[in-house]
Design a binder for this molecule. Sequence first.
Ligand code: FES
Length: 359
Amino acid sequence: MAAEEKKKKKMSVAEILAACRKLDSKGDTASQAEQSSGKDQAAASSAKQDSASEESKPATKIPKPGSGKRPSVQEILAMARAEKQKKAAASTSAPPQPSAAKKPVAATKPTPKPQAPAPAAEKPHSSNILAAEEVERKRGPVSKSALEAKTPAKPSPTEKKPAAKAKPVVPPRPTRPPFTKPGKKPDQQRRGFLAVLGVMLGTPLGVGFTSLATTMGLWTLGTLRFMFPNVRIEPPSKFKVGFPSDYPPGYVETKFKTQYAVWIVNAEYNGQQQIAALSTVCTHLGCTPNWLEAEQKFKCPCHGSGFYINGINFEGPAPRPLERYAIRIAEDGQLEVDKSRKFQEEKGQWNDPDSFVPA
Ligand code: FES
């Protein structure tokens, strides 16, 4: 009996309810079981609601098991509460159990001590960081371990090198378009010129400004021309015409006519063969006569005056003979003509020895 009571004491409320339902299912019909279960559920819900109030109430009479009467749900609940109260009373009235310290040490198992929580990482203080920097800056011998700590570890040959970076793809350079010289088309140039002409001559104001600009330009050009005097550049007055042997009697040299306006003749004058330099200027009005080899005379094309080989006029309007220039034999033996000095036959100057060279 004591064992049965012990078992009953150990049963929880849920086990008791399960046992009651098992008894109901065996003894009653299904309909009665359903009605009872509904009633039980309702009673359970109501019992939950009234549990607080029932605790204060005196315990109901609990039928003994084996009496043949089926206990109701309220009775079962009352039984469960009574068991619970008994347990509480037993725990309060039970003598204190011997402490574990009184037990032999060998019997107690060594309980693992709770491990102390790992100390949190100490936060570095700013002063510590500065001190470490000062130590780094100090000069002096460095230990091998410190040097190894400073120098970065060399990569082992077995380590795989990072893949080389791929070269960026450069886009192809665009082709330069062919150079075209900027300029206006002929039609555009013509239109521009006509527009400028229209502005210059199309309005009275444009005409006035154009005339003023033209006048000012001409005035400037005249002023500039006035700054440069008229200078006639002439050949030197003295020049050499060769050796006397180059001029045989009755010979007329015409090659100096254009450059020096002089004929070199070897002719007879006053019974003497003389080499003289005759001027190519007609004594009538200044034209230039021509030497006619066939007729052995100088003929002026302007008015028909004629001169002999020695320069004496014999026909036409020329009033006097041709003029002579001074001639002499220079130091090198050549004939030298000096045009700065003239000799006129009508004045008797041809008798001057400077006016001829005896042949
Ligand atoms: Fe020579 Fe008149 S200029 S004849």
